[in-house]
Design a protein around this ligand. Structure first.
Ligand code: UGA
Ligand code: MN
Length: 325
C-alpha cells in the first residue's frame, strides 16, 4: 500500500512542479501597459526647477479613462499628449504653504502637467522657491506684485499674475507654435479631481464644465442642449455673458497664441466679471465645448480656506527655533 502511494506521488511530482513553474512565470511577466508610455512619465515635459525624481509607476483608474482611441492602427506613432499648463496665482499668508501642498499633491498625479506658479510679490519668496524645488513637478516660478491701489476688498484678484502667466506661455511658445497644450487657471485654494484633467486635456478651443460650491449655490453649470451651451445655471449675476468661475474652463494653447492680445483687464472689471471679460476676447458661447458629461458632473470645487486663528501667537517670547509653516 505504502509503495503504491509512493509511486503515485513520484509520478505526479513532475507535473505539480511544471504547473507551479508555469504559474510563477505567468505572474512575473510584465503586465501590458494600460496606456501609452507618455502617460507614465509625468515629468516628461521640460521645466525649470523640475526635480525629476522618478516615482513608482502608479496605475489609477483615472489614467485608464484617459486612454486614447484603441481603434488607431498599431504602427501609427501616437501624437504627443497635450501638456496641461496650470496658471496659479498665489500670495503670502499663513495658509499659503498648506494650499500649495494640497495642490502639488494633486498635480503630481497628472501626466504632462506644467505648473506656472505666479507669486503676488515684488520678488520670488524663499518659501515658494524652496517649495517648488522639492515639489517634483515641471514648473515655472514667476512673480509680479499687485499694485497697492488694487489690493482692496471688492476688487478682482490676481489679474496681473494671470497675465504674467499668459505672457510667459506666449513667449515660450513663440517658436514652436504647433505644440499641443491646454491652459487652465488653477487658484491655489480650490479642490481639483483627477478626472477634471482628463476632461480638459481634449480641449480643442475653449471647454467648460460645472464648478461646485460657488455663486451662493451648491454648484453653477453651463446648460447644454444638443451638445451646445445654451445658457447658465447660476444664482449670481445671471446677466454675465459667461456665468462661469475661473475654475470652470480651459483654453487650448493655440487659442492663446492666436489671440496675443487677450488678457485680463482691471479697467471696468468687477469681481465675477473677469472670466467673462477674458472669454469674450477669445470665443463665443456657441463655440464652447461642454465637458464632464455635458456639464452634469462636478469635478472641481471652489473651496475657500477659513482664515486661521492666530490670536495666541506670541508677540515677544517667541519659540527658540524658527520654523517655516
Ligand atoms: C473668485 C474666483 O474663483 C477667482 O478666480 C477670482 O480671481 C476671484 O474670485 C476674484 O475676486 O477676482 P475667490 O475665492 O474669491 O475666487 O478668490 P481667492 O481664492 O482669494 O483668489 C484667487 C486667486 O488669486 C488665488 O489663487 C489666490 O492665491 C490669488 N490671490 C488672491 C493673489 O494672488 N493675490 C491676492 O491679493 C489675493
Ligand atoms: Mn478661492
Amino acid at each position: 500500500m505504502k509503495s503504491v502511494l509512493f509511486s503515485r506521488f513520484f509520478i505526479l511530482l513532475p507535473w505539480i512542479l511544471i504547473v507551479i513553474i508555469m504559474l510563477d512565470v505567468d505572474t512575473r511577466r510584465p503586465a501590458p501597459p494600460l496606456t501609452p508610455r507618455p502617460h507614465f512619465s509625468p515629468y516628461a515635459a521640460a521645466g525649470r526647477g523640475a526635480a525629476r525624481v522618478p516615482l513608482p509607476r502608479r496605475v489609477s483608474p483615472g489614467r485608464h479613462a484617459e486612454q486614447r482611441n484603441e481603434s488607431r492602427p498599431r504602427a501609427e506613432p501616437e501624437p504627443p499628449l497635450p501638456t496641461i499648463y496650470a496658471i496659479t496665482p498665489t500670495y503670502s499668508r499663513p495658509v499659503q504653504k498648506a494650499e500649495l501642498t494640497r495642490l502639488a499633491n494633486t498635480f503630481r498625479q497628472v501626466a504632462r502637467l506644467h505648473w506656472i506658479l505666479v507669486e503676488d510679490a515684488a520678488a520670488r519668496s524663499e518659501l515658494v522657491s524652496r517649495f517648488l524645488a522639492r515639489a517634483g513637478l515641471p514648473s515655472t516660478h514667476l512673480h509680479v506684485p499687485t499694485p497697492r491701489r488694487y489690493k482692496r476688498p471688492g476688487l478682482p484678484r490676481a489679474t496681473e499674475q494671470r497675465n504674467a502667466g499668459l505672457a510667459w506661455l506666449r513667449q515660450t511658445h513663440q517658436q514652436q507654435r504647433s505644440q499641443p497644450g491646454v491652459l487652465f487657471f488653477a487658484d491655489d485654494d480650490n479642490t481639483y479631481s483627477l478626472e477634471l484633467f482628463q476632461e480638459m486635456r481634449t480641449t480643442r478651443k475653449v471647454s467648460v464644465w460645472p464648478v461646485g460650491l460657488v455663486g451662493g449655490r451648491r454648484y453653477e453649470r453651463p446648460l447644454v442642449e444638443n451638445g451646445k451651451v445654451v445658457g447658465w445655471y447660476t444664482g449670481w449675476r445671471a446677466d454675465r455673458p459667461f456665468a462661469i468661475d475661473m475654475a470652470g474652463f480651459a483654453v487650448s494653447l493655440q487659442v492663446i497664441l492666436s489671440n496675443p492680445k487677450a488678457v485680463f483687464t482691471r479697467r471696468g472689471s468687477q469681481p465675477g466679471m473677469q472670466e467673462s471679460d477674458f472669454l469674450k476676447q477669445i470665443t463665443t458661447v456657441e463655440e464652447l465645448e461642454p465637458k464632464a458629461s455635458n456639464c452634469t458632473k462636478v469635478l472641481v470645487w471652489h473651496t475657500r480656506t477659513e482664515k486661521v486663528n492666530l490670536a495666541n501667537e506670541p508677540k515677544y517670547l517667541v519659540d527658540t527655533v524658527k520654523i517655516e509653516v
